[in-house]
Design a protein around this ligand. Structure first.
Ligand code: ZN
Length: 263
């Protein structure tokens, strides 16, 4: 029993240590805010919707100023705006799953993500989601998410992780037909990507990511979908399409969303 307590307290110490941005090495550059979300009501709503906790976002991660886009929290809020408002700023209820993934992707991410935590990470991953365990499910976001991804890529990564939080693990990079990136984040195909006990069937995390980016390229609204951000979405969609599926989807997308056959 004593050793159990000791292990538990050591684990807690490690977690606290990791949740200190001062110990991360990152050039905390700022970026323009997308839309006008910097007000207490908006921040409170999404803070609760994604189950942020102070202990996971203080010590330099931005808890003291959610509007500061040089900090991980502000950069995450910026991505949350893009994910939830790319289809237009109009009011939509939390249970609205009509239309395209650009319309319901934000609702899906709020429904599925158990809690959103900031960590330094070891540089190898953008994010990680633990799901399907009885006690503590979570999505952790790491430095490459905050600072190596542009705001559109971050929004798509949040949607990717929310697919995992819906108990859908990757089923690719296996057998004799491994994906070009040889990554554990690969799906079998653009429309088949889930595995694991109790998992849903159908499109997986990388498939959700690519599909949302494709829709963003075509029809993101005037506030989120500047020509620069639509180009970000096109390029990221094409990266996923060309590297993250065991079965080659055989297309890339053009700036207008049209498909370009590659096989
Ligand atoms: Zn993944």
């Amino acid at each position: 029993m004593k050793s159990l307590v000791l292990i538990a307290s050591l684990a807690l110490a490690c977690l606290l240590n990791h949740a200190t941005a001062a110990s991360c090495s990152a050039a905390m550059v700022s970026e323009p805010r997308v839309g006008s979300w910097c007000n207490q009501t908006w921040v409170n709503y999404f803070w609760n919707a994604y189950d942020f906790d102070k202990a996971d976002w203080d010590n330099g991660f931005g808890f003291d100023n959610a509007c500061d886009t040089s900090r991980p929290l502000g950069r995450t809020m910026n991505a949350i705006y893009v994910l939830n408002y790319a289809d237009g700023p109009g009011s939509k209820s939390r249970d609205d799953y009509s239309g395209s993934i650009l319309h319901w992707g934000g609702n899906y991410s709020m429904r599925e993500i158990d809690e959103l935590d900031a960590r330094c990470g070891d540089g190898s991953k953008r994010a990680y989601t633990r799901w399907g365990v009885a006690i503590d499910n979570y999505t952790q976001l790491y430095l490459p998410f905050f600072y190596n991804e542009n705001v559109v890529e971050r929004a798509a990564t949040l949607l990717h992780e929310s697919r995992h939080a819906d108990w859908c693990g990757h089923n690719g990079n296996d057998g004799s037909n491994r994906c070009p990136s040889r990554s554990e984040s690969c799906d079998e195909s653009f429309t088949d990507g889930c595995s694991g006990i109790g998992s849903p069937s159908g499109r997986g995390a990388s498939g959700y990511q690519a599909l949302w980016l494709w829709w963003f390229t075509v029809s993101a609204d005037g506030i989120t979908g500047t020509s620069v951000r639509k180009a970000f979405a096109r390029d990221e969609a094409n990266r996923v399409l060309s590297t993250m599926f065991d079965v080659n989807p055989c297309f890339q997308i053009a700036s207008n969303g049209a498909t370009i056959s590659t096989c």
